[in-house]
Design a protein around this ligand. Structure first.
Ligand SMILES: C[S@@+](CC[C@H](N)C(=O)[O-])C[C@H]1O[C@@H](n2cnc3c(N)ncnc32)[C@H](O)[C@@H]1O
Length: 489
């Protein structure tokens, strides 16, 4: 259909729902218009910014009539700060929108007509839930400040008074480090000009252990005021580990090698009764209590009886592997980041878990080797990054023909694309899907899906019908040897 709108045009629109990613969805003569800062039920005036073949994009210029689910945002920086897009939408409506997005993704992108959706698990805390915060330094008239990027700006940082999804401890640490920075006279890194010294502050918390780890990231050069920084942070009984990282490049990363300034190399976190060592760069779900709920869903879906061989693909520091180990015969994890594998091995030892093994490598490349070494799995758990299983990882998983798969996903659109293949040519049935909300006020949603191999549609059954050996089916014939790039988590 020809677009009934033009770029620059002002429209009056009623928002029907929220699209994945967070824009409001409205229709003009059936034609979809995605409206930035439009919430369900709103009547808005919006200016069209882009017109594409099947849809247009617009920016809300005026709120004519607020939708019934609008609420007053708690944070004074709401709208200016690039985080927390939905603090102005009632939490129940946020959750409903996320569940709708999962269902719609599975229908539209996964070709699953009637997804077996189960009730979502809401977040237990909608504020103060994040256990990891990365602040950027910014220069203000009062001296250095710490905050987050302004909405839509890569080069501007907004100093904040407090972050409402961080804990009180983290907000106090941020304020103390800001005051220390002001006392040192050190310069702030300018992301446009690439000059200056102070770059980032990273704070991680073990919420169940009451421990905190702090990393100060600077440009190259001596850290003036280092003793004062340590003394400042030692005032917080939670702080057990203080690191300094130097970013010599221009890109804005916090995952740089670090040097210990004081305390222990790591802190510990406890999840479902197991201890984990948390180093500056190790991946850990950023909402501890909801990570426990997510893993409990995975345990429920896994339904282990004790004699199973389990693979945990994309295992990070081994949290899911270790959680399942006491319920299975053996668990094997695969993870591409070698440092994370080292942590996983260390965590297994720390918890006295011995029926477990970890492989460093790209799932698409080492899955066959694992099968040769460990034997065929009874269950495969996958927890890939946002990009999903992608390319060879997906083909290898499909070819493995594990009787059951538990898919933990942080992106319903890539989950849907992967399910299309697994429930299509690979012969699986989708039995259960449960959304878990780990990140209130953001567009992100996790979900757990359970798949079971259909004996009538498995690759073996397909091959038998076609009169060919299983190894000759799609799995191996379509593979090339190029590795898939590891995704982002
Ligand atoms: C969403 S995290 C899940 C980690 C873990 N299951 C947890 O709950 O903490 C995804 C993990 O996949 C890893 N990864 C990304 N691409 C990979 C690949 N191609 N092969 C193996 N691991 C990969 C990342 O390093 C990251 O640790």
């Amino acid at each position: 259909m020809a677009a009934p709108v033009t770029k620059g045009q002002e429209l009056e629109l009623r928002i029907d729902s929220l699209a994945y990613g967070g824009n409001g969805v409205a229709r003009r003569d059936g034609f979809v218009v995605f409206v930035k800062r439009g919430l369900p039920g709103d009547l808005v005036r919006a200016q069209v910014t882009k017109v594409k073949k099947g849809y247009a994009e617009a920016f809300r210029t005026q709120l004519l009539e607020p939708g019934a689910s609008r609420v007053e945002p708690r944070c004074p920086h709401f709208g200016e700060c690039g985080g927390c897009r939905f603090q102005d939408l009632a939490y129940e409506a946020q959750l409903e929108a996320k569940v709708d997005q999962v269902r719609e993704s599975l229908r539209r992108l996964g070709d699953i007509a009637d997804p077996p959706m189960e009730a979502a698990i809401p977040a237990d805390e909608i504020y103060g839930y994040r256990n990891k915060l990365e602040f950027s330094f910014t220069q203000t008239d009062d001296g250095p400040d710490l905050g987050f990027h302004r909405a839509g700006r890569w080069d501007e940082v907004l100093g904040i008074a407090a972050c409402h999804i961080a804990s009180d401890t983290v907000n106090s640490i941020r304020a103390a480090v800001r005051d220390w920075a002001r006392s040192t006279g050190l310069s702030v890194y300018d992301q446009r000009e690439h000059v200056g010294y102070l770059r980032h502050l990273l704070v991680r918390e073990g919420r169940n252990t009451g421990q905190a780890l702090v990393v100060l990231v600077t440009g190259p050069g001596d850290l003036r005021g280092r003793e004062e920084l340590v003394a400042t942070l030692q005032q917080f009984p939670e702080v057990k580990s203080i690191h300094w990282g130097v970013n010599e490049g221009q890109s804005e990363i916090t995952g740089v090698p670090t040097k210990l300034l004081w305390g222990t190399e790591w802190i510990e976190e406890e999840i479902l009764g197991l201890r984990y060592r948390l180093r500056p760069g190790a991946f850990l779900q950023t909402n501890t209590s909801m990570a426990e709920k997510l893993y409990e869903v995975a345990i429920d879906f896994a339904d282990l009886k004790g004699g199973e061989t389990v693979y945990d693909l994309y295992c990070g520091i081994g949290t899911i592997s270790l959680t399942l180990a006491s319920k299975a015969l053996t668990v094997w994890g695969i993870e591409v980041v070698e440092e994370a594998v080292a942590c996983a091995l260390e965590n297994a030892e720390l918890n006295g878990v011995s029926n477990i093994g970890f492989f460093a490598g790209n799932v698409g490349q080492v899955l066959d080797e694992l099968r040769q070494r460990a034997g065929a799995p009874d269950l495969v758990v996958v927890d890939p990054p946002r990009a999903g299983l992608a390319g060879k990882g997906l083909r290898r998983l499909a070819a493995l023909q594990s009787p059951r798969i538990v898919y933990v996903s942080c992106n319903p659109t890539t989950l849907a694309g992967d399910l299309k293949v697994l429930c299509g040519e690979a012969g699986y049935n989708l039995l259960r899907v449960k959304p878990v909300d780990m990140f209130p006020h953001t567009p992100h949603v996790e979900c757990v899906a359970l798949l079971e191999l259909d004996p009538e549609r498995s690759l073996a059954a397909q091959a038998a019908r076609a009169g060919i050996a299983v190894g000759d089916t799609a799995s191996s014939t379509t593979d090339d040897d190029s590795p898939d790039a590891p995704g982002q988590d």
